[in-house]
Design a protein around this ligand. Structure first.
Ligand code: PEP
Ligand code: MN
Length: 287
């Protein structure tokens, strides 16, 4: 049986804003600094889970830049399950990101967790990340949209496609259509012994068929282990994503010292392989 496309009743902006989309399945490209997400080439975004120090962030930034990556990721404010866990360096983390951005010329994407901090985070970031846990925090979506910065909208780990696109519509209604969707894995009991989440490759085509928004995948938070990131990254590229968001560590990292997602970051050698694959014909975006 062929499943029907879901009906999406309330996506006025996403459905009507782009004439190109009405004419066909064209993607609406989103510029992040000098990098275009949603163009012909898949875009890799890489960096640490959390900004932990200036030296760590700069050394990862240099490694990702030499792999050909143009956008650095890294959390200054981290959404953590337990209040006793490292919550990110906060304001100091933002200052580090600003300094590393100046030093390397990389564009920066970082998460904004709190609507009171949107202005502060937007002053440093080229793109604002709305995390999985915040996908339906609608006041935060509205405030982030109003900053005018491009928005990286992660899918809630149990959000349906309709709920995810509904969240994107909150951003679009503020007049900000610079939205990139990010599939980061959905929770499923069946996989919990070996992975954090199931990277939903099925959703890539559905998103591309339903909206003109670029869609990327985060294999890191689905895998939960760095040695499983590369196969998932390749699979996502083959499924038609416009890019990847990947956690990375520097070559000389002692994982025991990392304070957040210590097992997930891929070393530079793996990042270079993924970037090589992303540049190959195998991974070029279908129109
Ligand atoms: C992250 O990318 O830093 C993160 C916390 O991911 P998610 O919101 O998908 O859990
Ligand atoms: Mn992480």
């Amino acid at each position: 049986m062929r499943h029907p496309e879901p009906t999406l009743p309330d996506l006025g902006i996403l459905r009507r804003s782009w004439r190109e989309f009405e004419d066909g399945a064209t993607t609406h490209p989103v510029a992040v600094g000098k990098v275009i997400v949603g163009g012909a080439e898949p875009v890799i975004i890489a960096g640490p889970c959390a900004v932990e120090s200036y030296e760590q962030t700069l050394s990862i930034a240099r490694a990702v830049r030499s792999a050909g990556v143009g956008i650095l990721r890294g959390g200054a404010f981290k959404p953590r399950t337990y209040p006793g866990s490292f919550q990110g360096l906060g304001e100091e983390g933002l200052e580090i990101l600003a300094e590393v951005r100046r030093e390397t010329g990389l564009a920066v994407v970082t998460e904004v967790l709190d609507l009171r901090l949107v202005e502060r985070v937007a002053a440093v970031a080229d793109m604002l990340q709305i995390g999985s846990r915040s996908m339906q925090n609608t006041p935060l979506l509205v405030e982030a949209a109003r900053s005018g910065r491009p928005i990286l909208l992660k899918r809630g780990w149990s959000a349906t496609l309709e709920e995810w696109l509904g969240a994107a519509e909150y951003v679009a209604r503020e007049g900000n259509t610079r939205i990139v969707l990010c599939e980061r894995g959905v929770r499923a009991a069946a996989c919990q012994a070996y992975a954090r989440a199931v990277l939903d490759l099925n959703v890539i085509h559905a998103v591309r068929a339903l909206t003109p928004l670029p869609v990327i995948a985060d294999p890191s938070h689905a895998a939960g282990r760095w040695d499983r990131v590369e196969p998932l990254a390749r699979a996502a590229l083959a499924a038609g994503v416009h890019g990847l968001l990947i956690e990375a560590v520097a070559g000389d990292t002692d994982r025991a010292l990392l304070r957040s997602d210590a097992e997930q970051g891929i070393p530079p050698s793996v990042l270079e392989r993924i970037c090589g694959f992303a540049r190959s014909d195998l991974a070029s975006n279908p129109p």
